[in-house]
Design a protein around this ligand. Sequence first.
Ligand code: OAD
Length: 258
Amino acid sequence: MTGQPPRRAAELLGQARRVVVFTGAGMSAESGVPTFRDALTGLWQRYDAQALATPEAFRADPALVWGWYEWRRHAVRLAHPNAGHRAVAAIQHRAPGTVLITQNVDDLHERAGSPDPVHLHGSLFAPRCASCARPAPVSDDAEGEPVDGRRVPPPRCAHCAAPVRPGVVWFGEALPGAALEAAVEAASSCDLLLTVGTSGLVYPAAEIPQVAARLGAAVVQVNPEETPLDGIAEVNLRGPAARVLPALVDAVWGGADG
Ligand code: OAD
């Protein structure tokens, strides 16, 4: 897609009364945060998810797992929100009541001005005790570059001395109940769902756009590649989020032609 987004996408966004924006790793790709499944650059192309993103992995080698998430958190701290994140915040401003649901564990939506995204897969900034689940403080990042591959023993819980774990959802774990409930509720009652930068392969999160479509909402997808969500999307905007989303916002509210 080049230039202005198709008129239909702008019409749908301009007319919608209840909007849901559903985002995945592609949203943050242009901020330099790697996705999971893109060829060559995706984290799961370079790292073994079973050794880093499961409860079994943390039990077997807590320092390996904690060190990897510390590296990712430090890298996110050094990244900046991109024009796509800012466009999502603009949609929330222009269409009050818009619910932002993200699978991302970074904080780039918040830093772009989006209040209170629903974090379906948790957050790099919400570590908690692996035993009593009490929140634990986020450690200060050391100066300098994040170090990939460094083993870092996890801190101990101040209350029960068990190891602290990353506050993200691992493979084989349930999604946080309140977040999933809020996401299903929003998807069930929206009239437009804008899905951005997700492969739509990880369940139950990938159900969210499908719930919206089943209940009659229009789905607009932003992704440079084909995904399993193509079939339910009324409009597929093939391009990077940081280019497509500002153009869409401009087409609806910026007085641009289209
Ligand atoms: P994936 O890595 O599976 O998919 C990223 C999607 O972003 C792909 O469809 C890309 O084509 C698209 N993409 C890449 N660059 C883009 C850009 N600049 N603009 C728009 N789209 C772009 O990431 P997710 O779908 O988010 O789970 O993955 C879902 C979950 O799988 C993640 O939340 C994570 C992972 O395992 C947990 O951490 C629990």
